[in-house]
Design a protein around this ligand. Structure first.
Ligand code: MN
Length: 198
């Protein structure tokens, strides 16, 4: 069975004014779709076509093929990205996730400082992540479409800092996009991923 692009769980305009509708439309319908099409071409006719995408990108043998690494990573990363945002997002986490963030970073503000720096300092294209590493949380960054799953960690929140994620609205002002991203984080979704990963 071929991989497919999941529907967005909201309208293209749902994240405005923080992320504009045109960016969301091109990002989902063109960029994500292209990763899926190229991934399907790379695995066509092989057993890898039937593997769960998160298992596929965690398979060191599979991702030794650059086409699978880049396009499988692109599919996995964007599939997570759409679901950790919401038009009703923002604010701060609560419960177990808040406690784990406090334990790892001292406070929510301490987390934001590290996450924003990881996103701003990623040179060129890539992602910043909040990942489950063992029992705790870490902030990390990956280049291109690499994912923490390739290194045995479980991402529960990610921000895409490829220029295609923000350039229409923010041009070269990546820090402004990063600051705006906090207004659309769906902490309920992140908390559910945290609970599942532990
Ligand atoms: Mn992207």
């Amino acid at each position: 069975m071929a991989f497919s692009v999941p529907d967005l769980p909201y309208d293209f305009a749902a994240l405005e004014p923080h992320i504009d509708a045109r960016t969301m439309e091109i990002h989902h319908d063109k960029h994500h779709a292209a990763y899926v099409a190229k991934l399907n071409a790379a695995v066509a006719g092989t057993p890898l076509a039937d593997v769960d995408i998160n298992d596929l990108v965690a398979d060191a043998g599979a991702v030794s093929n650059p086409a699978i690494r880049n396009n499988g990573g692109g599919h996995a990363n964007h599939s997570l990205f759409w679901t950790v945002m919401s038009g009703a997002g923002g604010g701060e986490p609560s419960g177990d996730l808040a406690a784990a963030i406090d334990a790892a970073f001292g406070s929510f503000a301490g987390f934001q400082e590290k996450f924003s720096a990881a996103a701003a300092n990623r040179f060129g294209s890539g992602w910043a992540w909040l990942s489950v590493d063992g029992g705790g949380l870490i902030v990390e960054s990956t280049p291109n479409q690499d994912t923490p799953l390739m290194d045995g960690r479980t991402p529960i929140l990610g921000i895409d800092v490829w220029e295609h994620a923000y350039y229409l609205n923010y041009q070269n002002r990546r820090p402004d996009y990063i600051a705006a991203f906090y207004n659309v984080i769906d902490w309920n979704s992140v908390a559910a991923r945290f609970a599942a990963a532990r």
